[in-house]
Design a protein around this ligand. Sequence first.
Ligand SMILES: Nc1ncnc2c1ncn2[C@@H]1O[C@H](COP(=O)(O)OP(=O)(O)OP(=O)(O)O)[C@@H](O)[C@H]1O
Ligand SMILES: [Mg+2]
Length: 662
Amino acid sequence: MEDLDFLAGGGHAGEVLRSTDWSASPLGPPADWPQPLKTLIALILAAKQPMFIGWGQDHILLYNDGYGEMLADRHPAAIGRPFFDVWPEVLVDVKPLFDRVSSGIPVHMRDIKLTLHRPGRPDESHFAFSYTPVRDEAGAVAGLFCACIETSDHYLAERARREAEASERNRLWVLSEDMLARANFEGMMSAVSPAWTTVLGWSEGHLLATPYSELMHPEDAAVTLAAIADMAQSGLPTRFENRIATASGGWKPIGWTVSPEPDDGNFIAIGRDLSTEKARDAELLRTQEALRQSQKLESMGQLTGGVAHDFNNLLTPIIGSLDMLMRRGVGNERERRLIDGALQSAERAKVLVQRLLAFARRQPLQPAAVDIWELVDGMAGLIGSTLGPAIDVRVAIASDMPPARADANQLEMAILNLSVNARDAMPNGGKLTISASRESIDMTQSAGLPVGHYIRLAIRDTGIGMDEETRERAIEPFFSTKGIGKGTGLGLSMAHGLAAQLGGGLVIHSAPGQGTTVEFWLPISGEAMAGAVARPAEAPKAAARGTAMLVDDEPLIRMSTADMLMDLGYEVLEAGSAEEALKQMDAGAVPDILVTDHLMPGMTGDELARNVRSRWPGIPVLIVSGYAEATGIAADLPRLTKPFRNAELAERIAGLHPPGGN
Ligand SMILES: Nc1ncnc2c1ncn2[C@@H]1O[C@H](COP(=O)(O)OP(=O)(O)OP(=O)(O)O)[C@@H](O)[C@H]1O
Ligand SMILES: [Mg+2]
């Protein structure tokens, strides 16, 4: 029995080995087995790791408990049986390996997949096998020894990792907003991600069948292909931008990152749609440009406004005095003609100054709710006759448009000015269309207008149009292309100033040969419509009589105004300041009317008026102001704008009545 020690232990497999009747087996009784086999059997029975021995020509199987598990229900019948009787299904694959081992060469198999039914384990199992030749005492290969290492856990984990990676790649490919492609250096793409279709509209089939150079904008193709060729040469990733055709016939700016795949003549391209980004950049540029333009106009406005205001004040006594000399018939006929000429020049200067004030947004305005349809309709005849028969005038305004906040008289002037511009731009005739629509500016728009509701009054001509430079400068005061003596360059300036002063804006669309559209954006009025445009009253009534208190800090202006008042039949009390006027009145010199300048050092005309109204409620007050002082003068105070002529003063005084009526 000593000889059978090698069969000791070994758990179940050991028991089976010991209890098997070996006399019928080619191996014969265990006691006679060759020593190397005995040694090996002792070794495998002691080992936990699955091991077997295939002995003799038929590879008679001898194994331990570890391997018994792999045999599952083939165990224990497999013990002592030829290997390929037990494993007929692996004969084709494994027989050649066994033959190599028989010739003395060890074989190692990294991965063998087996389906094993073991409780608590997945059916699919993986093993690494090493088949080692075993020699008998004579040195010939008599069998093989196999140790198995189970790699299932490692293998399955690795496979799960690869699958996760692949599905992540796939997810990226499918879900990425970027266009992903695989392409070759011969000019074709072999795979495109769904984003291509989303961004460009082309089908996958079209993209794979079209050389990529044909998708590029003709101006960008050469540069792009050169960049791709450079990448092929350097083997380094690179970036570029180009325009790619869309299925709808447009172009989209795309930013590309391309990177060569190692050694296989392909490259990967990642393209990002830059449309939104570009649009935002362009919008930013436009906004900056608009801001620069408006700052330029703003400073011009301040300069012009200041000068115009001073001129206005200077013109007041000039016109007043000349007007008086005229009316008194001073001098001989030749002198009277000179005076008349001087007055006419002064009147023209006054118009000019008023246009400048309009541009500077300082003209006195009387904003009210204006029905644009009614206003334009009322002017159609005038416009038609101004423009002549060669120009077809159309008005397209819905009559139920809400009222705009505007000064009707000034708006009429501006529309007339724009119509004249249109006529000048259509020397061979054409069409002038005046239309209006409701528009809203919300947070997302940045047209330079405050958020709100507007009426857009558009005046469109089919004339020569403007080039970019002219369009940009058209609003500037004194900018004119019409030649010396033909245009003052103030028409658009004034229209722009008017729109801005009313809380709106002026927008010009024009291109050479494309005609011009000038848009007035006017805020929609909250007030009810003020009925028809107020027209100047008829000639002044009979001269009023009594005392007039005249307050002005400018002696020259005061003098000429005093003259006018005297002409109207008043006895005039003069004061150089509001304070002085109050002093005189306190001293008992209470007048029948008060005529006062507004902007004076110390107390303003408005303050004086309120003071006088509260203390002497029966005295009518007229404010004479140089320019619009929207915040300074109470809205209910009668006003007269400098410079003015006698008739205008008379008319305004005739319309005066004390507060509360009389
Ligand atoms: N409808 C238009 N079509 C083409 N160009 C125009 C049009 N309106 C204005 N312009 C261009 O803008 C310039 C400025 O116009 P603006 O009305 O301010 O001045 P003007 O017409 O030249 O002179 P003014 O109106 O003071 O007599 C014009 O000289 C002309 O070049
Ligand atoms: Mg003009």
